[in-house]
Design a protein around this ligand. Structure first.
Ligand code: ADE
Length: 225
């Protein structure tokens, strides 16, 4: 899979995409993540990527030309399954959308900045708008990092234990059961005895009932889905 991220602040994406599991997944060839600086495609001598909005509101708007040139350059090189724009207006990201995106071959993510992008880009070039929640960030870069991180970690082989992405919270609209590690007792706080029993049938039963109980308690909305 290949993910191209288009931004005016590429530095914001350096660290989240180049550590730990994201770094290993790229080194293992499971995903290629390419960050592009939109400013490199500016057409005027000041390398301007934003301009004042028509209509005279406050804030600046990302200009069409550099984004148009960059998107078309990439589209000429390969076919893209989705060209995503990160925006609070978009569909809210959830695990189902993440799983679906992880099956794609090439996706592009355009990060909004300033007041947003010229609306004609959204109308003519973008295939999908994704929000990471009902709040507003200073730019779409952190949203792009979140989309990328969540998509890469469900690519088979990205996390060590292949089964483990499937047992995450939300994979079946249930929260994950509590987990523990050694010591079995700390400060008088004990790990549930069933987990130490070695009886895998009982352990599985306990985990399923815990999942259900925690979902009912903390996220009853998930059970209605
Ligand atoms: N850009 C600004 N706020 C955002 C959000 N909530 N989701 C995605 N992109 C954004």
């Amino acid at each position: 899979m290949r993910i191209d991220i288009l931004t005016v602040v590429p530095e914001l994406l350096d660290s989240p995409l180049n550590q730990s599991i994201m770094k290993r997944a790229q080194q293992a060839g499971l995903v290629e993540i390419v960050v592009h600086n939109i400013r490199d495609y500016a057409t005027d001598k000041h390398r301007q990527v934003d301009d004042y909005p028509f209509g005279g509101e406050a804030g600046m708007v990302m200009k069409i030309e550099p984004i148009f040139i960059l998107i078309n350059k990439l589209k000429a090189e390969r076919e893209y399954d989705e060209i995503i724009y990160t925006s609070p207006d978009g569909e809210t990201l959830n695990q189902q959308a993440v799983n679906h995106l992880s099956t794609k071959r090439n996706i592009m993510i355009l990060c909004g900045h300033y007041k947003g992008i010229d609306h004609r880009i959204r109308e003519h070039l973008i295939t999908r708008e994704i929000s990471i929640g009902d709040y507003v960030l200073t730019g779409g870069e952190l949203a792009a990092a979140i989309i990328t991180d969540s998509v890469v970690r469900v690519i088979p082989g990205a996390i060590g234990d292949e089964a483990s992405a499937l047992t995450d919270s939300f994979q079946d609209n249930l929260l994950a059961p509590p987990i523990y590690t050694r010591p079995a007792e700390f400060n008088g706080w004990k790990v549930p005895a069933v987990l130490l029993s070695g009886n895998f049938k009982e352990i599985e039963k306990w985990q399923e009932s815990q999942s259900l109980e925690r979902t009912e308690l903390l996220r009853p909305d998930l059970l209605e889905k």
